[in-house]
Design a protein around this ligand. Structure first.
Ligand code: GUN
Length: 293
């Protein structure tokens, strides 16, 4: 038997939803129903599933949501027009454009066209900038969800070495900023490793906490960590198998191996994934609340 704690995103996200109930009630009393507009371009199967999971949660909580679907060959101008319409629609407090976008569309131009006060993904440069100076408005959902899990399970980062693997604008970069901010629950000493790093093991081996966001199945093995490390697995990879679906989901952490050595690990599925959705709901509620003030 192992002594590794399983950090359940299902449990923490349920806690988040319970805490949001009163806030949502208060908005309803003020005739405000938090609303999310989801924008999906093309037929990427993973993107379709993510959008479905996100909007389903909004439905189940009695919140407003609508998915705007555009064909894979829509022009950048068409997409921007859709976003501007949502920007000007007061029944939507949040806008989410599911990434990645087709190659002929410049993602930065699209993200720039989202009204920063409706940018519940926290990807707009204004929101990214606010986070980097320690004055966040909307924090990207996945890194925010990871911080919430660490807080819930009382994992202190102050005085600890945090190693983040991956430097994407969606996870790794904001994660490295959040963990190192001088705030309660953070104050960590963070190393950010990426595809240009040599000898990543040198860092993961001395890390107290490793946050893996690479998208490489079973990347982080037992030999790469120190005993009693805490591992946060952001990867959701489809690996082909002989099941009916033809694939199974696996993380970036080699789960079967590391549970013998780590102090705590997030599972895939049921770890960071549910937290991303909970933080999207929380950010949308926050966006709706700001219209009260
Ligand atoms: N693609 C991968 N993660 C995300 C996310 O959190 N939000 C959006 N919009 N797209 C993504």
């Amino acid at each position: 038997m192992h002594n590794c704690t399983i950090l359940s995103g299902k449990e923490v996200s349920d806690h988040v939803y319970r805490n949001l109930q009163d806030r949502v009630e208060l908005l309803f009393e003020n005739n405000i129903r938090p609303g999310l507009a989801a924008v999906l371009v093309g037929e990427n199967p993973a993107s379709k599933i993510y959008i479905k999971m996100k909007t389903k949660k909004f439905h189940n909580l009695g919140l407003k949501t609508e998915t705007f679907k555009l064909s894979v060959d829509c022009s950048q101008e068409e997409l921007i027009q859709v976003i501007e319409k949502i920007n000007n629609d007061s029944s939507f407090h949040g806008i989410l454009v599911q990434l990645p976008l087709p190659n002929h569309i410049d993602s930065n131009s699209i993200i720039n066209s989202i009204h920063p006060e409706k940018d519940v993904d926290g990807f707009h440069p204004e929101n990214a900038g606010l986070l980097s100076i320690g004055a966040p408005r909307f924090i990207p959902c996945t890194p925010k969800g990871v911080m919430r899990m660490l807080e819930y399970y009382r994992v202190k980062l102050s005085g600890k070495h945090v190693v983040v693997l991956g430097r994407s604008n969606i996870v790794g970069r904001p994660m490295s900023i959040l963990t190192s901010l001088k705030t309660k629950g953070a104050n960590g000493t963070t190393t950010l490793c990426h595809s240009g790093s040599s000898d990543i093991e040198k860092f993961t081996k001395i890390a107290d906490i490793v946050i893996v966001a690479l998208g490489v199945p079973n990347y982080l093995t037992k030999d790469m960590i120190k005993k009693d490390a805490i591992l946060i697995d952001v990867g959701i990879n489809r690996v082909n198998d002989n099941s009916e679906k033809g694939y199974k989901l696996c993380g970036d952490v080699f789960w079967e191996e590391v549970i013998e050595k780590a102090k705590a690990v997030t599972p895939v599925p049921g770890g960071v994934g549910p937290m991303t959705i909970a933080m999207l709901v929380e950010n949308t509620v926050e966006a709706a609340e700001s219209t009260l003030k």
